[in-house]
Design a protein around this ligand. Structure first.
Ligand code: SF4
Length: 400
């Protein structure tokens, strides 16, 4: 599960006459806000499904939301689409087909665009995945989390291990590119059980794996009633074994939690980490949009019903925030994302995508090089092995 980047938006604005010489690639994110029930660890914008899913009203509101955003992105090609949630696989094949027809009608979607849909194994059947594939979805991301029934229950998931395995089979029949989300360091999980999960995930030989350490996020049931979790030594053992096992199976560990077969990195997510642009539509979705003279961040109302009502009024009432990013915030925002990539980014991207001179971060980069945390590469910004192990500390150096 890939959460959209959410960055603090400061009040106030600073507009320069000319900031960016060219605009970065633009991706589209579509948020589907409903889930069968809320998982106790989840801090995403997900809401329990109403008795009848308001599919038609949701699609109408999505169209209205997109129409209002069009003047911000006129003519810009869309490099990838991510339908995330919540649980997008609650929607019918026909709804996803309508959604993607609308996207193609309004936006220049590149023929090669990666189109990902997130699915919950508790809500899928073979024909649904086939229908998503026919609608144009070419990548399915499955929220497996574990193959152990006890662990799944502790996580409050609606599926069991058998459903998880069946969903993987359906997904592999429908599209070539399948991602499995698996979590480790789960309540009362032993190192042995964590590795059994990873080995089972590896046995499907999917193109991509997202392997996350469970974290207790504020405002979740787990934060209020913390479960017993593996200690730091145990979770470090899990992490080390995961890195070893994935490498043995030919996966490239290219981002903190992402592992891909060569040529199958997640393009949509890579665009976030490379500080590309994204338009987010749907309740609670976030956008980062560049213009020659400014970088804009927007977020939408989080409540599905209120967002739908407001989007349909077409008076911008569906927006929760609409702010120009402070220039001083850009270097940290850029480095926070770019350093997540094991190979970092070309150094040119800093000026191209923040409009700030590289000299702004050179003193900090020099300090990090002296400490052995950043690679002294002439044209890339990337961590060393040591910097990669202490990534949060390296990222925080750019806050100063
Ligand atoms: S299925 Fe995913 S989005 Fe929905 S509540 Fe659970 S973790 Fe959150």
């Amino acid at each position: 599960m890939m959460e959209q980047p959410q960055v603090r938006i400061r009040a106030g604005s600073t507009v320069q006459n000319s900031l960016l010489n060219s605009l970065p690639p633009l991706a589209l994110y579509i948020h589907v806000p409903w889930c069968v029930r809320k998982c106790p660890y989840c801090d995403f914008n997900s809401h329990q499904t109403p008795e009848v899913l308001p599919e038609a009203q949701y699609l109408e509101a999505l169209k209205a939301d997109l129409e209002q955003a069009l003047p911000l992105i006129w003519g810009r090609p869309i490099v990838s689409v991510f339908i995330g949630g919540g649980t997008p696989s609650l929607l019918s094949g026909a709804a996803i087909a309508d959604m993607l027809s609308m996207v193609r009608a309004y936006l220049p979607l590149l023929p090669t665009a990666e189109i990902t849909l997130e699915a919950n194994p508790g809500t899928v059947e073979a024909h649904k995945f086939k229908a998503y594939g026919q609608a144009g979805v070419n990548r399915l991301s499955l929220g497996i989390q574990s193959f152990n029934d006890q662990a799944l229950q502790a996580l409050g998931r609606i599926h069991d291990s058998a459903q998880a395995k069946a969903a993987i089979g359906f997904a592999l029949d429908a599209v070539e590119r399948v991602n499995l989300d698996v979590m480790y360091a789960l309540p009362q999980q032993s190192v042995e059980h964590a590795l059994e999960d990873i080995k089972t995930a590896l046995s499907y030989d999917t193109k991509h794996l997202s392997l996350y350490h469970l974290t207790l996020e504020p405002n979740t049931v787990f934060a209020k009633y913390p479960p017993v979790l593996p200690n730091d030594d145990e979770s470090a053992l899990m992490q080390d074994a995961i890195i070893e096992l994935t490498a043995e199976h030919g996966y490239e560990h290219y981002e903190v939690s992402a592992y891909a077969k060569p040529g199958y990195q997640a393009e949509h997510n890579r665009n976030y980490w490379e500080f590309g642009d994204y338009l987010g539509i749907g309740p609670g979705a976030h956008s980062k949009l560049s213009f020659p003279d400014r970088i804009l961040r927007q977020s939408r109302l989080r409540n599905p019903q209120t967002w739908m009502e407001q989007a349909l009024l077409a008076q911008s009432g569906h927006l929760a925030e609409h702010k120009i990013v402070e220039l001083d915030d850009l270097p940290f925002e850029f480095m926070l994302n770019a350093l997540r990539l094991r190979d970092g980014v070309p150094a040119d991207y800093f000026e191209d995508r923040t409009g700030q001179p590289l000299t702004k971060i050179v003193p900090t980069i020099r300090k990090a090089i002296e400490k052995g945390l950043i690679d002294p590469h002439p044209s890339r910004i990337r961590t060393t092995d040591l910097g990669w192990r202490f990534l949060t500390d390296v990222q925080e150096m750019f806050l100063e």
